[in-house]
Design a protein around this ligand. Structure first.
Ligand SMILES: Nc1nc2c(ncn2[C@@H]2O[C@H](COP(=O)(O)OP(=O)(O)OP(=O)(O)O)[C@@H](O)[C@H]2O)c(=O)[nH]1
Ligand SMILES: [Zn+2]
Length: 352
């Protein structure tokens, strides 16, 4: 029956539910995102049983909570804990002002797969990775998922469908076309700017650019994204051909709201990597397969890749695109972003 939602559709729906503040059911557990949890719902969740707060191991490290499970900690929620308590554990913005949140006790018995799946879903919804979990019978109207299939689906590589394309003359290159691609998992659309008419049987000059609203649009000096975007387009314009993929992976995949949380932590003195960790994220949460999938979808099999990030090269090579050359793209260093660029070189292996 084609009118029953597929697993991919149900996962996409569950992602929107969490963003709206509606809990979902994952394998006999009710799961709610702390970031969007309304006070009345917290009361009702408590009435169901003893909830635990699932946090990533990264966040647990900062909070000095023991993580008995691989990748996560299940913090026991005390009976008098309110929404502010949950928020303070989920959101590191107040860590320096109120460092003492414990003692925190964590669970070590039982299956943590629903908790792990809930955290992965919260991350894919670009919410703070912190979810309240309580065992309960299924509640009517809530989206239901089994933890194993949910985790598998979230790790699945999305297929990209071309949606629309049109000529778009640019300052950097008058012969340009903008293509829109839509993933089949309900996540954000990605764009390809094709300059000239690059032959499909030769290595294409390519750039995989991750969205940076602050750098690309506002001209922020905190990163090098704006200058990299324009330098890449200019180089392709000069060469008369190339492909720039504009991937909607704002903030290395954590979304703009979380990126601003990371910036606020950087204002407190943490570097870009530490800030991600304190929020409960890995340094880089991007799905690097998307770039390869888009290049393949456009008919390319090899590229001269404009990047300083060796992981991008390795990812393309691992997913069907031969990188014949890495073309460095070192532009836009200034006194506001030099520490950021140095951190990326020291901690993330970027080549400067
Ligand atoms: N989380 C987080 N993301 C950031 C920060 N500064 C910039 N970004 C994001 O980092 C990404 C940079 O993307 P790219 O320039 O394509 O990638 P890169 O890994 O730097 O590699 P190359 O530029 O190709 O060398 C964008 O998604 C920005 O939004 C930060 O301090 N924290
Ligand atoms: Zn940027």
């Amino acid at each position: 029956m084609s009118l029953i939602p597929t697993l991919a559709e149900t996962v996409s729906r569950a992602r929107s539910d969490l963003r709206m503040g509606l809990p979902v059911m994952i394998g006999g557990h009710l799961v709610a995102a702390v970031e969007t949890l309304a006070p009345a719902r917290l009361e009702d969740i408590r009435a169901l049983g003893r909830p635990v707060l699932a946090l990533t191991e990264r966040r647990a490290e900062t909070l000095k909570a023991r993580a008995y499970d691989d990748g996560l900690a299940r913090v026991i929620v005390p009976p008098d804990a309110d929404r502010a308590w949950l928020r303070a554990l989920a959101d590191p913005s107040g860590d320096l002002m109120t460092p003492m949140k414990g003692p925190l006790f964590t669970e070590r018995e039982g299956d943590a797969t629903p908790h792990l799946a809930g955290l992965a879903l919260a991350k894919s919804a670009q919410l703070l990775p912190a979810v309240l979990v309580v065992a309960t019978a299924p509640l009517p109207g809530l989206t239901q998922l089994a933890p194993g299939p949910l985790l598998a689906r979230l790790a699945h590589e999305a297929a990209m469908a071309p949606v629309a394309a049109a000529n778009l003359p640019l300052l950097a290159a008058e012969r340009s076309r903008l293509h829109i691609f839509r993933p089949d998992d309900g996540s954000a659309e990605h764009y390809a700017i094709e300059i000239g008419d690059p032959p499909r049987d030769a290595p294409v000059l390519a750039r995989l650019h991750s969205a940076c609203f602050t750098g690309d649009v506002l001209g922020s000096l905190k990163c090098d994204c704006g200058p990299q975007l324009h330098a890449a387009l200019a180089a392709m314009g000069q060469a008369g051909q190339g492909v720039l993929l504009y991937l909607n992976q704002e903030g290395r995949g954590i979304g703009l709201a979380n990126k601003m949380r990371a910036y606020a932590l950087q204002n407190q003195g943490f570097d870009t990597v530490q800030a991600n960790h304190r929020l409960g994220f890995e340094d880089d949460e991007r799905d690097f397969r998307i770039g390869a999938a888009l290049l393949r979808r456009m008919g390319f099999s090899s590229a001269r890749l404009m990047t300083n990030n060796p992981r991008k090269v390795a990812m393309l090579e691992g997913h069907g695109i031969t990188v014949t050359e890495r073309v460095p793209l070192v532009v836009g260093r200034n006194r506001f972003n030099e520490a950021y660029l140095d951190t990326k070189a020291e901690k993330s292996g970027h080549l400067l």
